[in-house]
Design a protein around this ligand. Structure first.
Ligand code: ADP
Ligand code: ASP
Ligand code: MG
Length: 402
């Protein structure tokens, strides 16, 4: 069997943990399996590198920032190979160049396009454990790129797909995927299984346990994923196309505190205005989420939407530059908001799920600013200060608490 194992930052944060991970991988190798290990930077090292960069230059060139960030993953793979060598087990570390991991050009948010598997195959044939840097890639200019925060999960899934691996295991600092972030909702319950679609929504809406692109890729290539703890042997959560356990009404609750709201006030009430606003943002590669348009009055209307807080400055600057062309009166932005979502395939066949969520928020005295829904999710925009309380209330209302 060929197994891809990915370990996150906490799992390789110090010498003891590095040896612990090395021993787990060695045990797999000694069963006769081919083992490919994907690692993140140690602990919070990526944050530290970003801090160092910003200390020198508040807005570092994106190319140079990627150049710096790749150090984190390179450090962990080299140390892991040394740990395995110390145990007398043959291992080799490889970075994105050596593999090669081809990505698009966007620094800081590149997409994996293709992975050359020849070098890895050769190393596996020589019975070595292959340890690969997560999170990084190489673009067509031969420059380093990174895949976005949390991107090592995506490296692992992409490698599993490219190598036709028999399993892809994501080891982290919790036992699996829970009905909500167990650090925010103490009563959250571990899920045995979850569908790709549900996991994709949860990951996109704030459940940081998996990088959302890793789930997208797992679905696309049918890679079965297991999320489990690097610290114990408990069973973990399987992410797959169709789940077999009895379906709950909702599978999880997610909270995203990285969103900010922008309101474009007093736009002319005529066809094409929404297109112009969002096209202007799209040209700057700014992702827009929950959108609300008011009913027009006196020939004008308002459009509100959310963007990631990292994009706020760019979004406001772009809209201000285009004020004359877009013809709006004012621009407002609000930072202290949170996006609370419930996700579950079960809601497709059960009316009243949204009402139940709104009722629990009403009981908690939480005001809803905006609402957005899809077949399998309901998202509300609330004040950030209400976030954790509202998340717990909704989680309770759906009977998810242990
Ligand atoms: P790693 O460094 O291993 O990639 P992350 O910090 O990226 O770890 O992801 C694991 C964290 O995700 C957990 O510590 C937990 O706080 C958070 N998390 C958020 N939502 C969930 C959820 N629904 N289930 C489990 N963990 C979650
Ligand atoms: N080290 C990177 C980060 O902190 C990638 C990852 O952990 O997946 O975002
Ligand atoms: Mg992660």
């Amino acid at each position: 069997m060929l197994i891809v194992k990915k370990f996150g930052g906490t799992s390789v944060a110090n010498k003891e943990r590095i040896f612990h991970v090395a021993d787990r991988c060695i045990a797999e190798y000694q069963k006769g399996n081919d083992v490919v290990v994907v690692l993140s930077a140690m602990g919070k090292y990526t944050d530290e590198l970003i801090k160092m960069a910003k200390d020198i230059n508040e807005k570092p060139p994106k190319r140079e920032l990627d150049m710096l960030l790749t150090i984190g993953e390179q450090m962990s793979v080299a140390l892991m190979a040394m740990a395995m060598n110390q145990r007398r087990v043959p291992a080799v570390s490889l970075n994105a160049f050596q593999v090669t991991m081809h990505t698009t050009s966007d620094h800081g948010n590149a997409r994996l396009k293709r992975i050359d598997t020849e070098r890895i195959r050769r190393e596996l044939e020589n019975r070595r454990i292959v340890i690969v840097t997560g999170f990084q890639g190489v673009n067509k200019y031969d420059d380093y790129t990174t895949l976005g925060r949390g991107g090592s999960d995506t490296t692992a899934v992409a490698l599993a797909a490219a190598l036709h691996a028999d399993a892809c295991e994501i080891y982290t600092d919790v036992d699996g995927v829970y009905t909500a972030d167990p650090r925010k909702v103490p009563g959250a319950r571990k899920l045995k299984e979850i569908t790709y679609d549900e996991m994709l929504d949860l990951a996109t809406l704030g459940a940081g346990v998996l990088h959302n692109r890793s789930v997208e890729m797992a679905k696309k290539y049918g890679v079965p994923l297991v999320v489990r703890s690097s610290l114990n042997d408990s069973e973990g959560t399987v992410v797959k196309e169709v789940t077999t356990v009895e379906r709950m009404l909702i599978s999880g609750v997610a909270l995203d505190t990285d969103a900010v709201r922008i309101a474009v006030i007093g736009i002319k009430d005529m066809p094409g205005m929404a297109f112009k606003v969002f096209d202007t943002l799209a040209k700057k590669k700014i992702n827009v989420d929950v959108i609300l348009q008011s009913i027009g009055r006196a020939g004008t209307k308002d459009i509100s939407f959310t963007v990631n807080k990292d994009d706020l400055e760019d979004a406001v600057a772009t809209l201000e530059e285009n004020q004359a062309r877009l013809g709006y009166k004012e621009l407002h932005s609000e930072r202290n908001i949170a996006k609370l979502s419930i996700v579950g395939a079960g809601m497709m066949s059960n009316p009243g799920v949204a009402a139940k969520m709104f009722e629990s928020l009403y009981n908690e005295g939480v005001n809803i600013n905006m609402i957005s829904t899809s077949e399998i999710r309901v998202t509300v925009l609330i004040n950030e200060k209400d976030g954790i309380r509202a998340m717990n209330a909704v989680h309770d209302a759906f009977g998810l608490t242990d």
